[in-house]
Ligand binder design. Structure first.
Ligand SMILES: [Zn+2]
Length: 244
């Protein structure tokens, strides 16, 4: 599978950056994991937006879903122009209702409510979900294709269940919104980079990319705190392409 990092910031980007968005491409299927602000623009640098089959949303916070609302306009136009034959499938949790209820738009999107503990097949990909610990319902996503596995953490605090879930995946895209000092200030809802690295080490992952970075946190500190726990930790880079 081919993984392209479209955006790596949360809960807002710095100048020129984008929030969460990860493009997965197989031979016949293209999926977007999360569609935060700035991601629709970035997506089109890599593929025609009409070729995207489905969007899978980890949770309905704006830094993960904002650009879906304008993506719908492009889908609706593509259907009228005959460039797209089917609506865009959107897999998502149904809470919070006030965001979920805004997702439909004419015939542009086909909403598919997610079972938090379930799995789905999208073309040649198998996706499995695990609820995380966050202020709103959120899922981590495991993607498998032909013996290769990628796990995306979504947004989460530390919890042991994530170690089993990441297993020995080939790529772990893990949020690292905090530094250690943020935890010392009793901030919650996110992982510090050293915790992401601990989960990667204990799970036995092959490679770790730190993502969902806070634009105010110096990246050198984010990386150095992670490297103390896991020597293969790396910072995600926007527009980076990873082949598994
Ligand atoms: Zn977020």
């Amino acid at each position: 599978m081919k993984v392209t990092i479209l955006g790596k910031y949360g809960p807002y980007p710095p100048a020129g950056g984008s929030c969460s968005g990860y493009l997965l491409e197989g031979e016949n299927t293209k999926i977007l994991l999360d569609c935060g602000n700035g991601v629709f623009n970035r997506l089109q640098k890599h593929i025609p937006h009409e070729s995207l089959d489905a969007v899978v949303i980890s949770h309905l916070h704006w830094d993960h879903v904002a650009d879906l609302f304008i993506f719908r306009y492009a889908v609706e136009r593509s259907l009228v122009l005959g460039k797209r034959k089917r609506p865009l499938e959107v897999y998502t949790l149904t809470e919070p209702w006030e965001v979920y209820s805004f997702l439909p738009f004419l015939d542009a999107v086909e909403i598919k409510p997610l079972n938090r503990y379930g799995d789905i097949r999208l073309g040649e990909f198998k996706l499995t979900f695990l609820p995380t610990v966050h202020s709103k319902p959120c899922c981590a996503v495991k993607v498998e294709k032909e013996g290769k596995t990628m796990v995306y953490s979504g947004d989460t605090e530390y919890f042991e269940g994530l170690i089993d879930f990441v297993g020995s995946s080939h790529l772990f895209l893990c949020e690292a919104n905090f530094l250690a000092r943020d935890l010392n200030l009793n901030r919650s809802n996110h992982l510090a980079s050293f915790q992401a690295a601990q989960i990667a080490r204990e799970g036995g992952v092959k490679s770790l990319k730190l993502t969902h970075l806070h634009p105010e946190n110096p990246v050198e500190e984010v990386l150095s705190e992670a490297l103390e726990e896991f020597s293969r930790a790396e910072l995600a880079e926007e527009n980076e392409v990873i082949i598994l």
